[in-house]
Design a protein around this ligand. Structure first.
Ligand code: F0G
Length: 456
């Protein structure tokens, strides 16, 4: 069959509240033109994030009832730990309440004021946690990532020539770890190839520097490798994921992405001494090492989700449904990052609104218009998110001005996506009338969450 269907059926529904344009005008103004400040029930299609927004399966809901809420040594912990060990292959598992807690603990024990941490592209919390420890977070994305139209199949790759140069210059004395984010969220949900991971691993191991994966979307990355990289077509996504992890010394993970959970995360390593130091911080800030800020029922749901995410019927549908949106938009001439990434569609606001200056935030303006047009909520990834130096307060245009429409897992159907495609098309038709924005109030760190805006 050519028709790609959602490989699940609906058992429970959550109503969507439809709104009029006049209502949305009022609501976005009350939210200071920042979609993060809207009430979720005032959003028609919520593509703010794919994080924690997944629909759990009937098996995962059933597993919640099995949750063992014992403080120490709960049955649910062992089920969770054994699943993580099996899927990821690391010996030491440290549970946390979400991904950024794993980052904070990892960098708390490994990163100091002189440290440099390279990544293909740091996610915003990763960067902020490194900077909070006094370190420098360096992005080494491959050159192809800059060309939003390049059909290169692994635009999430790290620039390994640059990594090699950096490692030769600074060595393990200043580089406490090397990270690679799979898939690369900040440059379009683009995958990283196995060849690239092998090369990073070779450089890291040659220099005696630990190599970590930011593994949030590991299953999507594994399936991209299966479909795009020669030599992997006959291997399972689970097997490919195991090989990805075997190249690394540890990982941080947000179970809110590729584990279908609404909350949760963990930190892995094979280094027992390091894990011991991590657990000491864990006890201070998250909880006892057998629950780490999670309820027993959350541990159960994650254990189920980590198996389900590697179902290739699901992964095939997931990547094809994202590609469907990208191809429809591209066919209408709308500037969108290609090829399609895994979890989201990225509109190129710089080319969508070329008359809006970077520091008048074309991405923010476009995100606001999508909400006004149809109640679709996306997020700016541009000069609002990346354009301000938290130490000096100075502003510089970001490398890219994108709007991300992240697709929650198993939540929306194809007709919802057709509605989104129509909404983007309608804004595209009246793009010449869209004006830029001005920030009226913003905090220093992670300003995009709470900044307030005015239209110019
Ligand atoms: N790393 C990556 C690549 C992420 O995308 C995220 C979260 C995190 C780490 C942090 O995980 O939210 O569980 O603390 N990304 C979400 C997003 C928020 O919308 O892309 P967390």
């Amino acid at each position: 069959m050519k028709t790609v269907i959602e490989p699940y059926r609906v058992k429970m529904v959550e109503p969507i509240q439809l709104t009029t344009r006049a209502e949305r005008e009022r609501m976005i103004a009350a939210a200071h033109f920042n979609p993060f400040l809207l009430r979720a029930e005032d959003v028609v299609i919520d593509l703010l994030t794919d994080s924690g927004t997944s629909a759990m399966s009937s098996d995962a809901w059933a597993a919640l009832m099995r949750g063992d809420e014992s403080y120490a040594g709960a049955r649910s912990w062992y089920r969770f730990r054994d699943t993580v060990r099996d899927v990821f292959g690391f010996e030491q598992v440290v549970p946390t309440h979400q991904g950024r807690a794993a980052e904070r603990i990892l960098f708390g024990v490994m990163v100091g004021p002189d440290s440099i941490v390279p990544n293909n592209t740091h996610f915003d919390t990763t960067r902020a946690n490194i900077e909070y420890c006094g370190g420098q977070a360096l992005d080494l994305e491959c050159p192809e990532a800059d060309d939003l139209d390049s059909p290169y199949p692994f635009k999430g790759n790290m620039d390994t020539a640059e990594l090699e140069r950096l490692v030769a210059e600074h060595g393990p004395a200043r580089i406490p770890l090397i990270m690679v984010t799979v898939t690369n969220n900040s440059t379009g949900g683009q995958p990283v190839s196995m060849a690239n991971l092998r090369e990073v691993s070779r450089i890291a191991r040659g220099a005696g520097i630990p190599f970590y994966l930011d593994a949030c979307r590991f299953a999507e990355n594994a399936y991209f490798i299966k479909r795009r990289e020669p030599g992997f077509a006959d291997r399972t996504a689970a097997d490919i994921a195991r090989e990805m992890f075997s190249l690394a010394d540890g990982c941080t993970m947000s179970a809110k992405k590729d584990a279908f959970a609404n909350i949760g995360g963990f930190l892995c390593t094979n280094d027992a001494e390091l894990a011991h130091r991590e657990r000491n911080i864990l006890i201070l800030t998250e909880g006892f090492p057998t629950y780490g800020g999670l309820a027993g029922r959350d541990l159960e749901a994650i254990a189920v989700g980590l198996r389900e995410i590697l179902d290739e019927h699901y992964l095939d549908y997931r990547l094809q449904s994202t590609r469907y949106v990208v191809e429809q938009l591209a066919a209408a001439g709308i500037p969108v990052v290609r090829p399609a990434g895994g979890h989201a569609v990225y509109l190129d606001a710089r080319r969508f609104l070329p008359h809006v200056e970077p520091l008048q935030y074309p991405g923010q303006a476009l995100a606001v218009e999508l909400y006004l047009e149809a109640g679709v909520r996306g997020v700016e990834l541009g000069s609002v998110m990346f354009g301000s130096d938290p130490h000096t307060g100075e502003e510089h245009p970001a490398r890219l001005e994108l709007v991300r429409l992240a697709i929650p897992r198993r939540v929306y159907t194809q007709s919802h996506m057709d509605y989104v495609i129509e909404a983007v098309g309608r804004v595209w038709e009246r793009r010449h009338d869209v004006r830029g924005m001005r920030i009226t109030e913003a905090p220093r760190f992670l300003r995009h969450f709470t900044a307030k805006f005015e239209r110019l």
